[in-house]
Each structure stands twice: as structure tokens, then as C-alpha cells.
Write a protein of this length. Structure first.
Length: 133
């Protein structure tokens, strides 16, 4: 636990950096869905989001432990985790599993709204911010 506290700033920087990279990759892949681009099949675009999101999740767990704030116990983290599950579901529909192009595009825009909410909750530590207020 002391290691987490001593390295909190570094872990938070990694976490925020992963958020930026993950969101950027999601936007890029969504644009390619809209364009019906074959670039979605590139090896690096299939692999990189998984690597970044794994590091993002790991850093989130470490930050939670360092802050001693946990989902279910703290409303803002509970809201983030629930919104994250919604974001993942919408993202899956947007990038791969939407039954047609229209569903994938709608899911992509909806996922971007949920991502905006997640970031707003993270910054304010208030689950009632933004679009749900």
C-alpha cells in the first residue's frame, strides 16, 4: 500500500494518459466504422486497445486502493463503474457487434456521451454531474 501512496502521482499520470489514448483509439475506430474502412482489421488496431485498457484498469485499481475509495462504498466510483459497463457494451456494439451500420454509429455516439460522463464524474467526484443532472 505504501508503494501506491508513494507513486500516486505517477499512477494517476499513467491512468489519465491511458484514458486519453483509449478515447483517441475509440474515436479513430468509430470514424473508421462510419467510413466502413478496412483499417479496423489491422493487427495493431485490434491489439492496442486491449493493452491500453488493461493498463487503464490496473491503474484505476491501484488509484482506488491508494485513495481507499471503492465502488459500492463511494457513490462516485459506483457511478463510474456502472457507466464503464454501459460504455463497454455500447463500444462493443459500435465497433463489432452492431447489427448494421446505423446501430454501430448510434452506439458510437452514445458511447462517447457515456465516456464524457465518466470523465466528468472522475474530475468532480460527483455522480450527479453533467448530462444526468
Amino acid at each position: 500500500m505504501q508503494w501506491i501512496i508513494n507513486n500516486y502521482a505517477f499512477i494517476k499520470t499513467v491512468h489519465v494518459g491511458c484514458v486519453v489514448v483509449s478515447a483517441g483509439l475509440f474515436v479513430l475506430r468509430g470514424i473508421w466504422v462510419i467510413q466502413e474502412s478496412g483499417k479496423l482489421g489491422l493487427r495493431w488496431i485490434r491489439t492496442m486497445p486491449h493493452l491500453v485498457d488493461t493498463l487503464l484498469l490496473l491503474s484505476a485499481i491501484l488509484l482506488s486502493m491508494g485513495l481507499r475509495q471503492y465502488p459500492v462504498t463511494h457513490d462516485w466510483l459506483t457511478a463510474k463503474v456502472i457507466a464503464l459497463l454501459v460504455y463497454i457494451g455500447l463500444g462493443m456494439a459500435a465497433i463489432r457487434h452492431g447489427r448494421n451500420r446505423r446501430v454501430r454509429i448510434f452506439s458510437w455516439f452514445a458511447a462517447l456521451l457515456v465516456l464524457t460522463y465518466i470523465i466528468a464524474v472522475a474530475v468532480t467526484r460527483n455522480p450527479g454531474v453533467g448530462i444526468l443532472k
